[in-house]
Design a protein around this ligand. Structure first.
Ligand SMILES: *Cc1c(COP(=O)(O)O)cnc(C)c1O
Length: 470
């Protein structure tokens, strides 16, 4: 299966493995499939009761389209979803469903090493990148910036891989002690943690600045627009589906706690591939860029507000461009103009491009907003009903999903982090925190003094550090 850039009318074709290492397309667009592969209902039926690894193999094979040989792909999937990387569950299920009653399910996507759903895609990305680099006999330096979950998920996935070195910038201020400790514990070898005296935007500006320089332009990226990540999130929609429905062919609704629209886009792709999804319900927190979009057709950047579901605190939703490309009839010139208006004015209206709100929602998209009070309420009610403690991001999905539920069609709310990452909010909601599992016990107390290299928000200090370590 070939890929094209959303901003290239000539539709130059790229292979899966080229795109994997490239991140953004050369014209600044996002890579997207030339067409979506198809999965039949018979194939979906065969996923029932199958180990997650088999589902992941089948779906990724269709998406990769022969670029990685079958036996290799099997070994990469096995390494990504081993019992040591993901908490062992019954039948090796990486994405088990739990019921909270009345046809509402929670799909647990956070059993990986850093306790957030980003592990599911990042573990696979690490394996695929390392394989391709070793085949090409190349080494890749990844430079990233993180305000929370992405950094530790990337580090856990790339730790010890021979062909990759990862430099991760994080702000001295703004991250929780738990998140710092998770990253700090991974420092060493091919993982270098750099603490920047500043805030997240300073980190991001440094990354952008260096990548625009000839010397550093080849640095790799692992942010959420990476096609390898998006495509590795598609299998868990199939897995959730077969666990929820009575009969194959029945419809389901998904509710997705959304920030950059990466997870939701993977659901849209699963639907294009033939999975019987009726609704894709987008849950936002107080940062409601996507809710405004799906209700009005207007995509407008807003200043970020800090909330108790911080991994969804975004000012724009980068992956939306891939969906917008489809909405605009896959017309790259139109998409370019649309994104140009957004990038220069901070706001763009689909109606001016001939797309109505009902076209926009025609693929089953709906949306809703969840606030801090809603989150606390949902954490409480799920605990009372089902004796399950959910985290604040999952709580956003439960809030919006249950509000939108209208009939007996199963509703799957995606659980994107474990509550241990956000204990302050859990305490606020329930009055207590649950006991930590062994792997997180005392994590914050064991941070080595030299886990982070400290620099100012200064490009020259960063350049010097990267040069001396690569
Ligand atoms: C990243 C993240 C999200 C948002 O996912 P997107 O793909 O950016 O929409 C939601 N919850 C958690 C816990 C996350 O880490």
């Amino acid at each position: 299966m070939k890929l094209i850039s959303t901003r290239d009318e000539s539709q130059k074709e790229y292979s899966y493995t080229d795109v994997l290492l490239a991140g953004l397309a050369p014209d600044g667009g996002l890579f997207t499939p030339l067409s979506y592969p198809h999965v039949s209902l018979e194939e979906i039926a065969s996923f029932r009761g199958a180990p997650y690894r088999d589902i992941a193999f089948t779906i990724k094979k269709k998406i990769i389209g022969g670029d990685i040989p079958d036996d290799v792909l099997h070994s990469l999937v096995d390494a990504a979803y081993s019992d040591t990387s993901f908490l062992p569950t019954k039948d090796g299920n990486v994405a088990p469903l739990q019921t909270i009653g009345n046809g509402v399910f929670i799909e647990q996507l956070s059993l990986g090493p850093t306790a957030a759903f980003k592990d599911v895609a990042m573990q696979m990305l690490g394996q695929e990148m390392n394989y391709e680099l070793s085949k090409r006999n190349e080494h890749l330096i990844i430079l990233g910036a993180t305000s929370g979950d992405t950094g530790s998920a990337a580090e856990a996935a790339f730790k010890g891989l021979e062909h990759v070195t990862i430099f991760m910038l994080s702000p001295e201020r703004g991250m929780s002690p738990f998140q710092k400790a998770q990253m700090g514990a991974l420092s060493g070898g091919n993982v270098l943690n750099i603490s920047v005296r500043g805030v997240f935007d300073d980190c991001q500006d440094l990354v952008k600045k260096l990548k625009n320089e000839k010397e550093f332009e080849k640095l790799g990226a692992v942010n959420s627009i990476n096609w390898g990540r998006i495509s590795s999130q598609v299998p868990y929609y199939f897995s959730g589906y077969v666990q929820a429905v009575q009969a194959i062919g029945d419809e389901v609704d998904f509710c997705i706690p959304s920030g950059n629209f990466g997870n939701a886009l993977s659901g849209y792709i699963a639907k294009q591939m033939g999975l019987p999804i009726r609704r894709l319900i987008i849950a936002t927190n107080e940062n409601n860029v996507l809710d405004t979009l799906f209700n009005t057709g207007i995509y407008a950047q807003t200043p970020t507000r800090t909330t108790s579901s911080p991994s969804m605190d975004i000012s724009k939703a980068s992956n939306y461009e891939r969906f917008a490309f489809d909405l605009l009839g896959r017309d790259a010139a139109k998409l370019r103009e649309y994104m140009h208006i957004f990038e220069t004015t901070g706001s763009v209206d689909l109606k001016e491009f001939g797309v109505s709100v009902s076209d926009l929602c025609g693929q089953g998209f709906e949306s809703g907003v969840s606030t801090h009070t809603d989150r606390l309420g949902s954490i409480r009610s799920v605990y009372e009903k089902a004796n399950i403690v959910i985290d604040t991001h999952t709580a956003d999905a439960v809030t919006v999903g249950i509000r939108a539920k209208k009939d007996s069609v199963p509703l799957i709310c995606m659980s994107t982090a474990l509550p241990v990452k956000f204990e302050d909010s859990i305490k606020e909601a329930l009055g207590f925190v649950t006991e930590r599992s062994e792997r997180f016990m005392g994590l914050e107390n064991s941070l080595p003094e030299d886990a982070f290299i400290r620099i100012d928000a200064d490009a020259e200090q960063l350049r010097a550090f990267i040069r001396s370590h690569s």
